[in-house]
Design a protein around this ligand. Structure first.
Ligand SMILES: [Zn+2]
Length: 284
């Protein structure tokens, strides 16, 4: 016969088990990250991710641990007959984890994300929109990447490889889609990732609103801008596009948009201008 004392013991054990969840996660991460980084993976980084070798040694070491954890914890699925291998896993993980290099546990290592779907090439997505008259319109878009709130990122392997091969050049699909994942950690992507305090949100919103309006003005008046016009779509795209510029063209962003640069530097707790080479002066 089950006694009240026994039931109380079981309930207590369950409560302790649930409360110890963060501790169990931290222990799991420490165990996984203590594994040595496989030698063949270092060859993959050498061949596919030249950005890795621009980083200072301490950040390289940290990135290797994060790559190991990411590959261990996230599921990769190949689409359209693409066979997933370590080259794909490590190349994507290395770029995705660059964004987490100095973050603390609040980002939870892309805690909401469980699956990365990889297509061999850019893929077509169908959208349906209903207009004011109730008529549905179907649109097809060719995409190199997409980030879903329900724990999925979709990437084109051809675009991942192309962007990874050219560090310091404009555009990186992995930085873009994983910036959306960071944004989505606080709910719907709205261009404001988790910042901690209301003071930080106020500062962030002030700078981002101004810079977003400035980009919209530049796009409407067809003026050139360091930040790609796609960032003018909405605040969520603005944050994702600015993240690409921050990690790829830090010197130019620092010089042309100093407040925006400082906002991103505080958020990522990194300064890519410390390791990216100075851009060559443009001759006219
Ligand atoms: Zn986007």
């Amino acid at each position: 016969m089950v006694t009240i004392g026994f039931l109380a013991f079981i309930s207590l054990a369950i409560i302790i088990w649930i409360m110890a969840y963060p501790w169990r996660i931290a222990l799991h991460r420490r165990q996984v990250m203590s594994n040595p980084f496989p030698k063949p993976w270092r060859h993959i980084l050498k061949a596919q991710v030249p950005y890795f070798f621009l980083l200072p040694t301490d950040l390289q070491l940290r990135l290797k641990k994060l790559i190991f954890l990411f590959v261990h914890d996230k599921q990769f699925i190949g689409c359209n007959d693409l066979e997933i291998n370590d080259e794909i896993r490590v190349t994507i993980a290395a770029q995705a984890c660059l964004l987490l290099l100095n973050k603390e546990k609040e980002t939870d290592y892309y805690g909401k994300l469980d699956t990365i779907l990889v297509y061999p090439e850019a893929f077509i997505v169908d959208n349906e929109q209903v207009d004011d008259f109730g008529v549905a319109h179907r649109h097809s878009h060719v995409l190199s990447g997409e980030s879903w709130e329900q724990g999925k990122v979709i990437l084109s392997w051809a675009n991942v490889l192309k962007d990874a091969a050219a560090p310091g050049q404009a555009g990186n699909v992995v930085f873009h889609e994983f910036a959306h994942q960071l944004d989505q950690l606080s709910g719907k992507a709205n261009g404001a990732p988790r910042l901690g305090s209301s003071k930080k949100y106020r500062q962030w919103s002030e700078v981002m609103k101004r810079e977003f309006a400035q980009l919209n003005h530049a796009v409407e008046s067809q003026q050139p801008s360091l930040i790609d016009a796609y960032g003018a779509t909405n605040p969520a795209e603005f944050f994702a596009v600015c993240t690409e510029v921050f990690f790829e063209q830090a010197h130019q962003l620092k010089a042309q948009h100093p407040q925006l640069f400082q906002c991103l530097r505080r958020y990522y707790r990194l300064d890519p201008s410390e390791w990216l080479p100075q851009p060559k002066p443009v001759s006219h």
